[in-house]
Ligand binder design. Structure first.
Ligand code: HEC
Ligand code: HEC
Length: 308
């Protein structure tokens, strides 16, 4: 009798551990968003409504709450954030900027079908993915107030946008890998000349008090190894269009790839999907076919992907 009790308690315990492990990650990857069409000359990007048009009622309050969480994530919802980042660091101008993965480009494209795993992912799951990987945190539940606020804010920004149409300006525009590939060494030079002034010589960003004014590009307070930005191709896309801050489109494609490779050749928090503590197994399952990345690759005699 006692043994049965122990056995059933044990299996209960074990199954709750298993649940906890699978529940830790809502979306199994941060797979690359298909690139949006280029804008035709003379055409305008989708124009989200102005903040001054936000209505003065409970709907408006929820929009403003979502905006506040998006811009000031670390301060507004610290319980969900495990690093020093805010959503707006990679989705710039309050999630409104074309070519910086704007929320108005995202919202109308969900639920999204992905043939890669034959699954449908909801908008909430996509946001949960960014909490778990980009924010290295614990995602809010789909029916939580924080999630309702973020979805309501996205819906507001997408006002008048067609559903199921990939709008120009969605995501980050593609920068194809140069024929010469990329060089971490050249990237270091690009970094020193164009990025270090804000992100620091050590890439760890700059803080005022408890908060980052210039976000970290690697290290313990940056995005983790499962985040979309850990792909050199995705980082090159983002950097070419948006960095150095205020001077997007000034680097060459080669410089964007080189500096993206330099950035992503540094340690950052572990991929939360890690299998049996093995970088090699995790690489095979999640990184081997995920764009261009250095997880599980040896660089200058050091195996990357060990976490920090
Ligand atoms: C470190 C950078 C980073 C941070 C921080 C970040 N994201 Fe993302 N986000 C990405 C990348 C990269 C993608 C995928 C873009 C691609 O593949 O083109 C993405 C995609 C998305 C998408 C889907 C976009 C689309 O067009 O389908 C949404 C929605 C989103 N993020 C919301 C958020 C929210 C909400 C937060 C804060 C809780 C956040 N992100 C924080 C980098 C980031
Ligand atoms: C003038 C200051 C400045 C310069 C120079 C600059 N950045 Fe940034 N960078 C920022 C700020 C500020 C943000 C966050 C944007 C926001 O929150 O609106 C950012 C965000 C980023 C992000 C996404 C967030 C993160 O921490 O991962 C990356 C990647 C990045 N920068 C890379 C670069 C690279 C590479 C260069 C050089 C080519 C560069 N930046 C130059 C200020 C700068």
């Amino acid at each position: 009798m006692k043994n049965i009790l122990i056995a059933s308690t044990l299996s209960l315990l074990l199954s709750s551990v298993a649940i906890a492990q699978t529940a830790a990650v809502s979306m199994d990857d941060q797979s690359q968003i298909p690139h949006a069409p280029k804008i035709a000359t003379g055409e305008e990007y989708h124009q989200p409504p102005l903040d001054s048009e936000i209505p003065d009622n409970a709907y408006g309050d929820m929009i403003r709450k979502g905006q506040a969480i998006f811009v000031d994530t670390k301060r507004e919802v610290p319980e969900y954030v495990g690093n020093g980042m805010n959503c707006v660091n990679c989705h710039m101008d309050q999630g409104k900027m074309a070519n910086a993965a704007p929320l108005w480009g995202a919202y109308p494209m969900y639920p999204a079908y992905r043939s890669k795993n034959n699954k449908v992912n909801t908008y909430a799951e996509r946001i949960q993915g960014c909490f778990e990987f980009s924010m290295n945190g614990t995602a809010p539940a789909a029916d939580s107030e924080a999630m309702t606020a973020l979805i309501t804010y996205s819906y507001w920004l997408a006002k008048n946008a067609p559903t199921g149409v990939s709008l120009p300006g969605r995501g980050y525009p593609e920068v194809k890998q140069p024929e010469a590939g990329y060089s971490i060494e050249r990237g270091e030079v690009v970094y020193k000349e164009n990025c270090a002034v804000c992100h620091g010589d050590d890439g760890l960003g700059q803080m005022v008090g408890e908060l980052y004014v210039f976000p970290p590009l690697w290290g313990k307070d940056s995005f983790n190894w499962g985040a979309g930005m850990h792909r050199i191709n995705t980082a090159a896309d983002f950097i070419k269009a948006n960095m150095p801050l205020g001077k997007g489109e000034t680097l060459t494609d080669q410089q964007a790839w080189d500096v993206a490779a330099f950035m992503n050749s540094h340690e950052r928090p572990q991929d939360p999907r890690i299998i049996d503590g093995s970088v090699e197994k995790t690489r095979d399952k999640y990184h081997a076919n995920d764009g261009v990345n250095l997880y599980g690759v040896e660089v200058n005699g050091k195996l990357l992907g060990q976490g920090i």
